[in-house]
Write a protein that binds this ligand. Structure first.
Ligand SMILES: [Zn+2]
Ligand SMILES: [Zn+2]
Length: 230
């Protein structure tokens, strides 16, 4: 059994050993390496940083370009910039969020509306098609039990003459029939009496359908990384 005093003695011995032997001399250069001769290198690099580092390393291994004598002094020809492979020199990439459509679904990517049985009564819903002359409805009453899967909901309108009708809960989950919450008047006017459109401008490309290529910064060309030769 190891007592506390024994543990303390072992720890101090370990520290003494680290100080006297070359352990600290071995650990410190590893930490120092990240701020080495090549300047600061972050500990955690992204994909792009890693690729650039690799390219620079490869360029260092390549033979030095020949020296050409000119009347103005000797020069070395650098390699011309090469075409960006990711965007094939276009400088643009198709938006990955909307897949080039420029629009996304306003209700998100889920296949059906989520109906929470605990607080479904009182929740607000918008009918995709005009129903009984209205679109905005509120769940007024619940019938049946979720266990038996026979829940019926009474939908009541919010304004004008009171209208109500019963719908099965599965109908409320159907995105092509109902929308959770009350959509704005703007959306209703845009629907123009027909079906409500489940579209929104893509938040990533703002409807442009394309995004600037990050690899080449939108220029389509990548400068070759070459070491400076004298
Ligand atoms: Zn987009
Ligand atoms: Zn590119």
């Amino acid at each position: 059994m190891v007592t506390l005093s024994q543990g303390g003695a072992a720890l101090s011995l370990l520290l003494l050993w680290m100080a006297t032997s070359g352990v600290s001399g071995f650990v410190l250069p590893i930490l120092r390496n990240h701020v080495g001769e090549r300047g600061f290198e972050p500990l955690f690099m992204g994909q792009r940083g890693k690729r650039i580092k690799k390219e620079k390393k490869r360029a260092m291994r390549e033979p030095t370009p020949p020296r050409i004598e000119t009347p103005y002094g000797p020069i070395r020809l650098n390699k011309p910039p090469r075409k960006c492979e990711k965007c094939s020199g276009r400088g643009m990439l198709r938006c990955h969020v909307c897949e080039g459509r420029g629009v996304v679904r306003k209700t998100g990517s889920s296949k059906s509306n989520r109906v929470e049985m605990r607080n479904v009564v009182g929740s607000q819903w918008t009918s995709v098609h005009t129903r009984e002359g209205h679109r905005h409805y509120r769940v007024a009453e619940m019938m049946g039990s979720p266990k038996k899967k026979n829940v019926q909901l009474r939908m009541g309108n919010c304004c004008g003459d009171p209208i109500s009708f019963w719908v099965p809960v599965d109908e409320l989950k159907n995105k092509s029939l109902w929308r959770k919450g009350w959509v704005t008047l703007e959306d209703i006017i845009r629907a123009d009496g027909g079906e409500l459109l489940d579209v929104a401008i893509c938040f990533r490309c703002k409807g442009d359908r394309v995004l600037q290529c990050l690899d080449c910064g939108g220029t389509g060309m990548i400068e070759s990384y070459e070491p400076l030769h004298n």
